[in-house]
Design a protein around this ligand. Sequence first.
Ligand code: ADP
Ligand code: NI
Length: 218
Amino acid sequence: MIVKKEIIEQTETYVRNELGEDAAGHDWFHVDRVRRNALHICYEEQAGDPFIIEMAALLHDIPDEKLNETAEKGTQKLESFLLTLPLQDHVKKHIKLIVSTISFKGGNGCEPASLEAKIVQDADRLDAIGAIGIARAFAYGGKKGQQIYNPAIQMREKMSLEEYRNGKSTSIHHFYEKLLKLKNLLNTNTAVKIAESRQKMMETFLEQFFQEWNGKTK
Ligand code: ADP
Ligand code: NI
């Protein structure tokens, strides 16, 4: 439908302007990969409303508390943008619900609210693992000022959202605190299949990392 196509284009332009070239892995290219992964899962599973999925994927990082002064300001930003779109209220409500329920939050997130939410969550999680996941973790860690690795820092099994966001950690710790766990938290079979080689890539990377860390030269 023409109107839907225009709404998607308008949303793309808005998100490009808002996230643009964020250097910590939450840039436009991340959003575009999440959108494409989400539509792929939707097609393979023959499940969910593709328009809702595409809109929620495009907007999923707009209210993120990491990218806004406060979580409330982020939510307001998403609200204000949705007000400009000629969509029915229940559609806007569904998009907001999806965006608000997909975040990991150090294991303190809530259940995804619908089938569409499960699909967008899987797509976002796929972009946090594998080769791209590795690159994003170090980019985010660098911007946040955390070390690549420090063996003196304890690995956290369970943590509050505050500890997850602001506690002392390293990018290598982040693999054990979040990234390696994601494969078992995926909702769809399609995403689980895609995650397999990405998981292996992270495991191989960590193995080699620790060999080099421990001084192996051959
Ligand atoms: P969510 O928005 O689902 O809660 P996060 O905000 O925790 O997810 O993380 C989004 C991405 O940012 C992660 O997949 C990772 O690449 C990066 N990231 C978040 N926290 C850290 C961290 N402490 N160290 C390294 N990377 C991180
Ligand atoms: Ni994201």
